[in-house]
Design a binder for this molecule. Structure first.
Ligand code: FAD
Length: 539
């Protein structure tokens, strides 16, 4: 122990000598508690060498004693500092309120703990983690203060760096145009950015991370656990999210990356433990999707217009052939009768009938040659929701201009149907066109078109209903016959639309019916078997 420090303490305490003084008093108490096993010198040596800067002051903070660590931390040797005020350590950057609080606390006989900015003897600053305890005499009055401090500059810098790093990460993820979220192994969101927060209110799906995790796990199945265990990321997982409150559907693309972090919990102090997190990024790709969809619809419009033209020519020619067949059959019958009579009186008439028949057959053959071929399409897995959605988009303009209220109720997870995309599109276009025509002819106030899809274990159902004039009961069985129309004016395809519709449904092994229980207009109910069957010459 340095003599100067202890001697100074002896000289400036109001105690008679060091054996009756502060330190021996403390020692005496400690010594009694420990059954007299440690010596006074040992106690003094301990205080002197303890690795924390200790100073003892009088009531005005005049320094009476400092230990070795104090000299190491502050740079002041006892001879430099004994007798001066602790304020010599003050950097003057510490706000006045801190000192006010310090003095208010210790003068109220309480222990003060806090952080100050101190100045080292050589001029550089350091952060001091300081505890000051008042020491009371036998009357309970403050006699000294004992200060204990540590230089925590490095810890403080490390803490600040960690905070800065967190702020940096937050500002980077906040500036990202994508919604970003970090999810722990319990699917709990532990960090998110502004764009993610915006999604929470935009989507109306509760926690968006939970919603997308559910969709991703559903879609990826076993692949999810596989990627997770290998910490391999995933990309470009796209999902359609139905719009909130009648708004249009939106599209999102998800990407994810797993990472592990060392556990900070006290239980993991001696055991190396890690926790896995997932960084999920969610990008709104609605605009790109809509542009793609618009381009797709434009192409479909062109293809369908051409298809319709070809089919219209085909149906018209087939209809004309069908119509010519009837008088031809009658002529053939008349010819047979005349031949049967066998009297040469009607030879001229017979010849005329034969000529008519020949020219008729030639006309039919010419017409048959003119029937345009329909390009064969392949059977694929068709999403009827997508087809119906496209057909609605194709009719967007008509529906909107006629103020028709469209109620589109797709079943969320509709199974795919093995079929011809093109033919099915024609089928639904025909039925929806019919419904729009019926609604425009309707005189009732409500103009509603409802389209819904559904499925059970065996069948996929589509229901198209309108609030138009409907089809009278006695005519319902006839509307599927060629050239039958309920419309007064007819048209180039008059009476062939539903024939074609039924043909397409048949080709897909399905059924089409008019619902007899619906009396607000017309409701077509179509059902298809879910599982692949031999195609019936699908064109
Ligand atoms: P000062 O003029 O010393 O005081 C500023 C304000 O403090 C005053 O306005 C008053 O509100 C209050 N104050 C000062 N002295 C007293 C008093 N005796 N009673 C009641 N209120 C008072 N300061 C450091 O900066 N670093 C240290 O490491 C440090 N260690 C200390 C250890 C001990 C044991 C004690 C008792 C004090 C310590 N101090 C320390 C506080 C130091 O004494 C000064 O109060 C402080 O440094 C402010 O100094 P100053 O010259 O700016 O203002």
């Amino acid at each position: 122990m340095k003599k100067t420090s202890l001697q100074f303490l002896q000289a400036h305490t109001n105690l008679a000598n060091v054996t009756n003084g502060l330190v021996p008093n403390l020692f005496a108490k400690t010594n009694q508690m420990n059954g007299g096993k440690i010596t006074y010198d040992l106690f003094v040596e301990t205080v002197e060498q303890v690795p924390i800067a200790i100073s003892i002051t009088d009531k005005k903070a005049k320094i009476l004693y400092v230990n070795e660590e104090f000299s190491r931390v502050t740079g002041y040797q006892p001879e430099d500092i004994l007798g001066t005020n602790e304020s010599v350590l003050s950097d003057k950057r510490t706000p006045k309120e801190v000192y006010y609080d310090l003095w208010h606390t210790i003068s109220s006989k309480k222990v003060w703990r806090g952080t100050l900015c101190n100045r080292h003897k050589f001029g550089h600053r350091y952060i001091a983690d300081l505890t000051i305890a008042p020491m009371l005499d036998e009357q309970g009055m403050i006699s000294y203060y004992i200060g204990m401090h540590r230089d925590i500059t490095l810890e403080h810098e490390a803490d600040k760096k960690a905070v800065n790093q967190k702020l940096l990460i937050e500002s980077v993820i906040n500036s990202s145009p994508m919604a970003m979220v970090v999810i722990d192994d319990q699917d709990k969101v532990i960090l998110d950015n502004h764009n993610y927060k915006a999604l929470v209110s935009d989507l109306d799906k509760g926690e968006p991370a939970t919603y997308f995790l559910h969709k991703l796990r559903d879609e990826m199945g076993g692949l999810w656990t596989q990627l997770q265990s290998k910490e391999q990321g995933f990309n470009h997982r796209e999902f359609r999210v139905e719009g909130k409150g009648g708004r249009r559907a939106r599209w999102f693309s998800c990407a994810g990356n797993w990472f592990k972090e060392n556990e900070v919990h006290v239980d993991a102090f001696f055991e190396h433990a890690t926790k896995q997190y997932l960084i999920l990024t969610i990008t709104d790709i609605t605009r790109q999707r809509r542009q793609m969809e618009e381009r797709h619809i434009q192409t479909l419009k062109t293809i369908m217009a051409e298809d319709e033209r070809v089919r219209s020519i085909r149906e018209t020619l087939l209809g004309a052939i069908h119509q010519i067949q009837m008088p031809m059959n009658q002529i053939r019958a008349a010819e047979q009768i005349l031949k049967h009579k066998g009297d040469g009186q009607n030879a001229g008439l017979l010849q005329i009938l034969q000529q008519i028949q020949q020219s008729g057959e030639e006309a039919i053959a010419t017409m048959q040659k003119c029937i345009p071929e329909i390009v064969q399409t392949t059977l694929i897995s068709v999403n009827l929701n997508q087809i119906l959605h496209e057909v609605l988009l194709l009719n967007d303009q008509r529906l909107w201009s006629q103020g028709i209220d469209v109620q589109w109720q797709p079943q969320a997870q509709l199974p795919a149907l093995p079929g011809s995309e093109n033919r099915l599109r024609i089928l639904f276009k025909q039925l929806i066109d019919n419904a729009i025509d019926a609604l425009s002819a309707s005189e009732t106030g409500e103009q509603r078109l409802k389209i819904s899809t559904d499925a059970d274990d065996e069948l996929i159902y589509v229901c198209i209903e309108d609030t138009g004039p409907g089809i009278p009961v006695e005519k319902r069985s006839k509307v599927f016959e060629p050239f039958y129309t309920t419309r007064p004016t007819g048209g180039s395809q008059a009476g062939m639309g539903l024939v074609m519709a039924k043909e397409i449904v048949n080709q897909h092994h399905g059924f089409i019916d008019i619902d007899p229980s619906y009396d607000l207009g017309c409701r077509f109910k179509i059902s298809f078997p879910r599982y692949r069957q031999e195609p019936r010459g699908v064109a």
